[in-house]
Design a binder for this molecule. Structure first.
Ligand code: AMP
Length: 537
């Protein structure tokens, strides 16, 4: 027997409509390039978002069309984030940190018809825009729009809010898109549905207890994994939203956290390490008493950092693990209610673990002999399933083996699961480096290095780094009689890679250990080179 409930569609228009009806007076603040604040109300935000929907239609966009963004975190980015899916289009965030060649691939493969770009990012954007198929480029922010672009403010001014109507979009239609690094081959597109976003915003809000009285500041970029769903989750409940704009340095962030009375914030360990150093160096300079939660994720935060924030600065760190493919939050540790009855020691030990799965995320881990027991000891690759987890990559069957036959997604993270369900990441099966929260492809670097006339073989591995979580190290075998310096190799790589991708360390060896099938045995290399040279000596 079917239940007799309405077939109500879980969609982004419903999120905006709720904010429209209930939270008109609440605020959204963004740091401008000159460091001053731009503040407006949800009513302003909603009105502009509606006009954006009307304007995009007028430009000829149709249902399902991709709307690219190349922007920092700020209110106009939020307008597109919410506005594109509300209009029936698909927001496609492009990553500011990628090499222009990658953005050419991603925007073209994603099929972006329009690009919205910060005027301040024009020098970067101009490196890939001419090579893409954008029909319209819309320039956002103060100042003159570059030639050939449409000015965002003029576009909105020409659109009539009265032409807007909320649509009851089917919840399974696409709402947003984000590409993530593949271990092999090109980046892969994750295509979020309205339903996935709505459910995820609900669960994130429920787990973190986010409400209309909160002030959220996502430092994590909106172009990376939906800024951990903060823009959707905060809009859903009408929290004040604060965006850092282009200013991510610790002091400016701290000034923003203090002056905006932020209650909840989110960032990768690299960001919080910088913040911790600034706090330690300037005791008492910032009043951060408004903060009830700092969420950290994207890479493993050191326990010492979590503890230092708690003990030295009275700041509660909540640790999350997730993936672009998961909308992105998968597990949380230290969220409200998770530490009741624990001693401080127990609580900190728990918080260094990746945490408990959030509702509607199912977990299991698989070792060589099948699923492993939840005993905190047995290691296996974490597999997940749920309504906000990708079921395939967009227009690519290359990585179909990331899903099991019974429909679970293979995360590529090697974990143990504790008897109480806490996940602990032990290692990564994915052959990638994660530096400052962003991926570096080892395969791409290796292939490029092996194109150098002096190089016979090259393997790139991740080595731990206090500031960036990980950095790439290149292990190189030279051709007989050949000679080359690390500087020369870096210069050789430089034109084709973002600067932060270039390996900091090169180790020259006679031979790279191989597996039985001739692949580089990177585990052996990691063991050999994981420590700093001084520590190994
Ligand atoms: P992304 O899709 O860029 O968000 O990257 C997801 C991957 O980042 C995961 O599969 C992990 O390898 C890594 N990751 C994310 N959060 C954590 C965490 N809290 N601890 C350890 N690794 C993490």
């Amino acid at each position: 027997m079917d239940g007799l409930m309405m077939d109500y569609q879980l969609n982004v228009p419903a999120i905006l409509k709720r904010a429209d009806e209930l939270y008109g007076d609440n605020e959204i603040a963004s740091r401008l390039p000159d460091k001053s604040w731009h503040t407006y109300t949800y009513a302003d935000f909603v009105s502009r978002t509606k006009r954006l929907v009307v304007a995009l239609r007028k430009l000829g966009l149709e249902d399902g069309d991709r709307v690219g963004t190349f922007m920092w975190n700020h209110s106009q980015h939020l307008e597109v984030y919410i506005g594109a899916p509300v209009g029936g289009f698909v927001t496609h965030t492009l990553n500011l940190r990628l090499h222009p060649d990658d953005n050419v691939y991603i925007a073209t493969h994603g099929g972006d018809r329009v690009l919205l770009v910060d005027k301040t990012l024009w020098p970067l954007a101009a490196q890939f825009i001419p090579r893409c198929n954008f029909e319209h480029v819309i320039a956002v922010g103060a100042g003159d729009a570059p030639e050939g672009t449409i000015d965002y403010e003029e576009l909105l001014a020409d659109a009539n809010e009265s032409d807007f109507a909320y649509r009851d979009l089917p919840e399974r239609t696409a709402a947003a898109m984000c590409y993530t690094s593949g271990t092999t081959g090109r980046p892969k597109g994750v295509l979020y549905s309205h339903r996935a976003i709505a459910i995820h915003a609900l669960t994130v809000n429920a787990c973190l207890g986010i409400h209309a009285g909160d002030v959220s500041l996502p430092v994590v970029p909106m172009f990376h994994a939906n800024a951990w769903c903060f823009p959707f989750a905060s809009t859903m409940v009408g929290s004040k939203q604060v965006f850092p704009g282009p200013h991510m340095d610790p002091e400016t962030l701290l000034d923003g956290l203090e002056s905006q009375r932020v209650t909840i914030t989110a960032g990768v360990p690299t960001i919080w390490m910088g913040i911790l150093q600034a706090l330690d160096a300037n005791p008492g300079r910032w009043d951060l008493s408004s903060i009830r939660m700092m969420t950290v994720g994207g890479a493993a935060p050191p326990r010492a950092m979590i503890e230092a924030f708690g003990e030295r600065h009275g700041l509660h760190v909540v640790h999350g693990w997730g993936m672009t493919e998961m909308s992105p939050v998968g597990t949380l540790s230290g969220a409200p209610g998770q530490e009741i009855g624990l001693s401080k020691e127990e609580a900190y030990a728990r918080r260094a673990l990746q945490g408990l799965p959030i509702p509607f995320v199912e977990i299991r881990a698989r070792g060589p002999e099948g699923l492993v027991p939840w005993d905190g000891q047995s290691m296996g690759e974490l597999e997940v399933r749920g309504p906000s987890i990708a079921s395939a990559y967009y227009a690519s069957d290359e990585a179909a083996d990331r899903w099991t036959d019974d429909g679970w997604f293979k995360t590529g993270d090697i974990v143990t699961i504790h008897p109480d369900g806490f996940v602990e990441v032990q290692d990564r099966a994915k052959d990638l480096v994660k530096s400052g929260g962003e991926w570096i492809s080892t395969v791409a670097l290796e292939n490029a290095l092996m194109g150098h006339p002096a190089v016979a073989e090259a393997a790139v591995i991740a080595v731990p780094d206090e500031r960036w979580s990980e950095r790439p190290l290149a292990v190189v075998v030279l051709k007989e009689g050949a000679q080359v310096s690390p500087e020369e190799l870096r210069e050789f790589l430089a034109p084709n890679f973002a600067k932060w991708w270039l390996p900091d360390r090169f180790e020259f060896v006679d031979e790279i250990p191989k597996t039985a099938v001739g692949k580089f045995r990177k585990t052996a290399l990691r063991e050999q080179f994981a420590q700093q040279p001084a520590e190994r000596a």
